[in-house]
Design a protein. Structure first.
Length: 100
């Protein structure tokens, strides 16, 4: 097997294992999972640009889950209330006071 055939096989294997090309997407494709631990958790999406504004909000109750994505419009999210927030960086809890 020559070098070009080997490279071609590696490319095919990579496409099978990783069907979406995520190299150009960067952090815009980051998802967060927000699970309400109590009723009335508010999630607000905030815009990017010269002025940061709220552009969308959701209210979820205990046990409900929202999967949100950072986009060209959404640069930040605000979570108010008791919730478990899962990101690729780890788990964060909102609405729970740390005693540090």
């Amino acid at each position: 097997m020559d070098r070009s055939e080997n490279n071609n096989l590696e490319e095919k294997a990579e496409k099978i294992m990783f069907p979406l090309d995520t190299r150009a997407i960067s952090t815009l494709a980051d998802y967060v999972v927000i699970k309400a631990l109590a009723d009335g958790v508010m999630i607000s999406g905030m815009t990017r640009g010269k002025e940061t504004k709220f552009h969308h909000s959701e209210r979820i109750d205990a046990g409900e889950v929202v999967i949100a994505q950072f986009t060209d419009n959404t640069s930040a999210m605000k979570v108010r209330g008791k919730a478990k927030i899962l990101t690729k960086y780890g788990i964060v809890y909102s609405g729970i006071v740390d005693k540090d």
